[in-house]
Design a protein around this ligand. Structure first.
Ligand code: PGA
Length: 315
């Protein structure tokens, strides 16, 4: 494992050249404080010893490109969406970020036809298999026909309001991937689950359901979205988010592979806005965001996309 993590590290520094790598410069004068810094980081993040070498040379744990998704949910009209698209088209966006928006189904075509190609389109849901006699459903084939590249699956609103199960979500994920549609796979705990100390159990259960269903992680982005933070204005602290992100990455390393753990983007969602994104983005296992409310405002969404600069260090 340490060999492949070292490999992932060099791949990473290549990909993120110019980003905040090696801010931990060792010299004799600050050795003691550096040593206690490592002890502090280790105890705080509960790193396994095999990961220390990787973290000493780079501060971005994953090797994937920063990823920001806007989930417009069941919001908007033809007019408001046309204004949002025009704001996004005129925004200046950092280049080293994958950007995706998920409009309501009925506006997918309008958005695809008017939005810059710099931003990819996602659907907010899809059917479990090939289309046919499934009243009210939308098939993966239809989404691809409209130019969608991604689908959001396992969102807490679908798990807890609509009642979708792990198995149902896993079936959709497997089918979407089989048709080359990328999956933004959402996981996350309810407030009572967090308070009962079950955050990791719940997140790992969601992860296992995806892992059991999908043949490959190549086209999956994981969105950690604590349900108590979604649409509530109560954002997780950077430390709370980082703690789960590092645990999820370790889960992938142990249950899938070190390579998948390194390259899979783990993004955070739940009341992300223009004011809190920079501090969250600085966390080494936060590889981007899934944004609800704040993605409905073009300039604020652009600020969140551009928070990738928080990962850069002064030369
Ligand atoms: P929020 O939603 O940013 O409005 O909290 C996030 C999400 O549901 O993806």
């Amino acid at each position: 494992m340490s060999t492949s993590l070292t490999g992932a590290g060099s791949q990473l520094s290549g990909h993120f050249s110019g980003l905040r790598k090696s801010f931990l410069k060792l010299d004799n004068s600050n050795f003691n404080s550096t040593q206690s810094f490592f002890q502090n980081v280790d105890s705080h993040l509960r790193l396994s010893s095999s990961r220390k070498g990787c973290r000493a040379v780079v501060t971005m744990a994953g090797s994937g490109k920063f990823f920001v998704g806007g989930n417009w949910k069941c919001n908007g009209t033809k007019d408001s969406i046309s204004k949002l698209v025009s704001d996004l088209n005129s925004a200046t966006l950092e280049s080293d970020v994958d950007v995706v928006v998920a409009p309501p189904f009925v506006y997918l075509d309008q958005v695809k036809n008017s939005l810059t190609d710099r931003i990819e389109i996602a659907a907010q849901n899809c059917w479990t298999g090939k289309g046919g006699a499934f009243t009210g459903e939308i098939s993966v084939e239809q989404l691809k026909d409209l130019g969608c590249k991604w689908v959001v699956l396992g969102h807490s609103e679908r798990r807890h309001i609509i009642g979708e199960t792990d198995k149902f979500i896993g079936t959709k994920a497997a089918y979407a991937l089989s048709q080359n549609l990328g999956v933004i796979a959402c996981i996350g705990e309810l407030l009572e689950e967090r308070e009962a100390g079950k955050t990791f159990d719940v997140c790992f259960q969601h992860m296992k359901a995806f892992a059991d269903a999908v043949p490959s992680w190549d086209n999956i982005v994981i969105a950690y979205e604590p349900v108590w933070a979604i649409g509530t204005g109560k954002v997780a602290t950077p430390e709370q988010a980082q703690e789960v992100h590092v645990a999820v990455r370790d889960w992938l390393s142990k249950n899938v592979s070190a390579e998948v753990a390194s390259k899979t983007r783990i993004i955070y969602g739940g009341s992300v806005n223009g004011g809190n994104c920079a501090e969250l983005a600085k966390q080494e296992d936060i590889d981007g965001f899934l944004v609800g409310g704040a993605s409905l405002k073009g300039p604020e969404f652009a600020t969140i996309i551009n928070s990738v600069t928080s990962k850069k260090v002064a030369a």
